[in-house]
Write a protein that binds this ligand. Structure first.
Ligand SMILES: Nc1nc2c(c(=O)[nH]1)N[C@H]1C(S)=C(S)[C@@H](COP(=O)(O)OP(=O)(O)OC[C@H]3O[C@@H](n4cnc5c(=O)[nH]c(N)nc54)[C@H](O)[C@@H]3O)O[C@H]1N2
Ligand SMILES: Nc1nc2c(c(=O)[nH]1)N[C@H]1C(S)=C(S)[C@@H](COP(=O)(O)OP(=O)(O)OC[C@H]3O[C@@H](n4cnc5c(=O)[nH]c(N)nc54)[C@H](O)[C@@H]3O)O[C@H]1N2
Ligand code: SF4
Ligand SMILES: [Mo]
Length: 653
């Protein structure tokens, strides 16, 4: 039997997959050949997904902690005992401190609308209890806000249209590592390809040209390119007159960003800036593919805001194959309000920022956080400021419940662990953020042991709490229908995918001067916001690993073997200045924390920049990873994270 499903992981490609089931056992998994983006292929990680589903170390039963927090010592308990204990502790905490002392902490482990981050499973129950809301700031929010200020929507180009581009700027994105399916459209275009990345990545190596600016300086670079374009008179006056607002002010700003000034900010040569500016000036259509990496900086929102302005000056927004693709999420019109039911809240509640976990656990009062539900997240591995996160999770008075598949670094701090189903074992639907398809996930096999879906876990907890609100007991089928009102559910289920119609881009007038930004308390004019991490050490970029997806697969033996030990790439000049040789053990440190690694000396990184992949588990890495060095600071827009705005020093050990 073949069953159509969806890869649940936080990846732009949201692949449609086919599970082969024989005698109730999943014996094969491959990409859906019918899907225009998946085209029959998954990726090096998810090719091993069934290995994970059947892994001997998969969590199969509820557990209660028996050792001190962090020890990872647990005993198996029944679901009845687990739910009783959770219900008792919750009731006590809410009686004493109020509902807002409870924090449902949702992560990106699954992006499903029923079982994952996009739909906040359990939110109906938490709303009824008056729990704090959760703001998912860890991934893409700053960039989305920036794009929205310019365009009125965060959804940009249909990436399939990249096939019609003649010049493509791969700007702060490494699709060959972090979402390779777009590469087919890029290749089909035959376009001239430029990679803009402080690191020479796998993707840069396949491009015609590579520019390596200093991290966090992209807005200045974009303004410098616009300076060259406008100096050549290559702006599209008709498009500007008809579709934009604020051109005179923006043109004056562009005039200030001369190639010389921009060279000094970005560390690029004047000729590189002028050369690329002239190429854009003469090439229609030009497309920009930017993703989340370049917005993990203090000025990350502003960077995307300026990038979205660029095709507004050249008129590329009006040409198929021109424009900007950051994320397509803004194009899906699903009824999230009907799914999450915020109308069930007894009163307005506070919102806690995902990337301020350490601060929220250690400093927030009135009320303090007393109960934490970690759902599809691994904050010890993935959040900034690992030391403070661990300190917060170690609080004896904090009641922590973790819903998980594996015994992660975060599970070690749980009071109660609940085993969750994996994707072939539950119903779900996903919306790609690197394409325009809804992807259906039909359950294919029975879950092992006593694993429960997240929706079912919260239905059972509601019953244990004696709650009578009928909405808490809606079945997965009912939830799906409420979410997908207006979509052809039967076709989606039968085909496994359904393309949605993108909304217009820009939505309304493109705002060079943004009333929307001003309303939110920001500068109405875009500009360049410099990096914010103090100090003069190296800027450490910790981007996607080829072999892990965030911390998922971090315990898979084969992928761990292929990833090898932790390495940090240093430029030969930076290494020599520190007396560090290739292969030397090093300590990487700043005021926030430190981790150990092995030096790899290469000119793949530009001078002043170091790189190490994200996603390692602390327990396999001497207790600390790169996230020990990262600040819990907000980016300019939306409270986004600043993972790559991170200054460190590197010492031989
Ligand atoms: N294999 C794999 N795939 C993944 C993931 C993974 O962990 N592994 N993670 C998934 C997730 S959660 C997400 S959000 C996406 C994110 O994927 P991407 O958007 O690709 O994000 P990053 O990997 O953080 O960074 C991408 C590139 O941006 C560069 N970069 C960093 N700072 C700057 C800068 O200031 N300017 C410029 N121009 N470039 C910069 C980095 O060197 C890196 O090569 O990928 C998803 N796909
Ligand atoms: N240094 C550094 N750190 C980063 C980044 C970076 O660029 N550099 N990138 C950040 C980004 S983009 C992101 S999105 C975050 C991700 O951070 P998190 O949201 O914490 O994601 P993961 O680390 O992948 O942890 C997800 C966990 O959910 C579990 N899980 C998966 N599916 C399910 C499910 O259906 N149910 C349940 N209950 N559990 C499930 C997995 O086993 C895994 O342990 O990491 C961020 N961390
Ligand atoms: S991680 Fe991305 S590329 Fe890999 S199978 Fe999932 S959606 Fe496809
Ligand atoms: Mo992400």
């Amino acid at each position: 039997m073949k069953v159509l499903g969806a890869c649940p992981l936080d990846c732009p490609d949201a692949c449609s997959w086919v599970v082969t089931v024989e005698d109730g056992v999943a014996t094969g998994l491959r990409g859906n050949k019918e899907h225009p983006v998946t085209r029959g292929a998954l990726c090096v990680k998810v090719n091993r997904y069934l290995e994970q589903v059947g892994a001997p170390d998969r969590l199969r039963y509820p557990m209660r902690r028996t050792g001190p927090k962090g020890s990872g010592r647990f005993e198996r308990i029944s679901w009845d005992d687990a739910l009783d204990e959770i219900a008792n502790r919750l009731t006590g905490i809410i009686d004493e401190f109020g509902g807002e002392a409870v924090w449902p902490f949702h992560g990106t482990g699954s992006l499903g609308y029923l079982q994952g981050m996009e739909g906040y499973p359990g939110r109906r129950l938490f709303n009824l209890l008056g729990a704090s809301h959760h703001r998912p700031t860890i991934c893409s929010v700053a960039g989305s806000a920036g794009v929205r200020y310019t365009l009125g929507t965060s959804g940009g180009m249909d990436p399939e249209d990249l096939a019609q581009s003649r010049l493509i700027l791969l700007w702060g994105t490494n699709p060959l590592s972090s979402g390779h399916h777009v590469w087919k459209f890029i290749q089909d275009s035959g376009a001239y390809l430029v990679s803009i990345d402080p690191v020479r990545t796998k993707t840069s190596e396949r491009c015609d040209e590579h520019l390596a600016p200093l991290p966090g300086t992209d807005a200045a670079l974009a303004l410098g390119l616009l300076h060259v374009i406008v100096a050549r008179g290559a702006q599209d006056d008709a498009f500007i007159a008809e579709h934009t607002e604020g051109w005179p002010e923006f043109r004056d700003l562009i005039a200030e960003y001369t190639p010389e000034r921009v060279a000094a900010i970005t560390g690029l040569a004047v000729e590189q800036i002028v050369g690329l500016g002239e190429r854009i000036a003469r090439t229609r259509p030009t497309a920009i593919r930017a993703s989340q990496g370049m917005q993990r900086h203090a000025g990350g929102g502003m960077a995307l805001r300026v990038l979205a302005c660029l095709p507004g000056v050249t008129g590329d927004w009006a040409i198929p194959g021109g424009g900007l693709h950051y994320s397509t999420s803004g194009h899906f019109r699903l009824d999230l309000a009907a799914l999450v039911r915020d109308d069930l809240l007894p009163h307005p509640v506070r919102t806690l920022s995902m990337t301020k976990l350490g601060e929220n656990l250690l400093e927030t009062e009135n009320p303090p956080v007393k109960a934490l539900f970690v759902i599809g997240a691994n904050p010890v591995g993935s959040n900034p400021d690992q030391r403070r996160v661990i300190e917060g999770l170690s609080r004896e008075d904090l009641f922590t419940v973790v819903l998980e598949h594996f015994g992660t670094d975060t599970v070690d701090y749980a009071d109660i662990v609940l085993p969750a189903t994996m994707q072939p074992e539950h119903l779900d639907v996903l919306a790609g953020y690197g394409h325009l398809y809804l992807i259906w996930n039909e359950p294919a096999i029975e879950p092992p042991g006593e694993c429960l879906s997240t929706t079912e876990t919260f239905r059972r907890l509601a019953r244990r709490l004696g709650l009578t609100e009928p909405a808490l007991y809606d079945s997965d089928d009912e939830l799906m229908r409420q979410l997908l009102t207006g979509h052809d559910l039967d076709r989606l289920r039968a085909d496994g995918f359904l393309k949605v119609q993108p909304g217009p881009v820009p939505a309304g007038t493109l705002q060079f001067v943004s009333a929307r930004a001003e309303l939110a308390g920001h500068d109405p004019l875009p500009a360049y916001t410099p990096p914010a991490d103090p100090g003069d050490g190296l800027v450490l970029i910790s981007a996607a690993s080829q072999y892990f997806l965030n911390t998922i697969f971090g315990s898979n033996p084969e992928l761990r073997r292929r990833a090898g030990e932790s390495r940090i790439t240093l430029h030969p000049d930076d290494a020599a200045a520190r007396g560090i040789t290739d292969g030397a053990p090093v300590r990487v440190a700043n005021a926030r924390g430190s981790f150990d690694s092995i030096a790899e000396i290469s000119d793949r990184v530009r001078p002043g920049v170091a790189a190490t992949p994200k996603g390692r588990w602390a327990k396999f890495s001497g207790g600390a990873t790169v996230n020990a060095t990262i600040a819990e600071r907000d980016a300019d827009y939306g409270g986004g994270a600043v993972f790559h705005d991170n200054r460190v020093e590197v010492y031989p050990r």
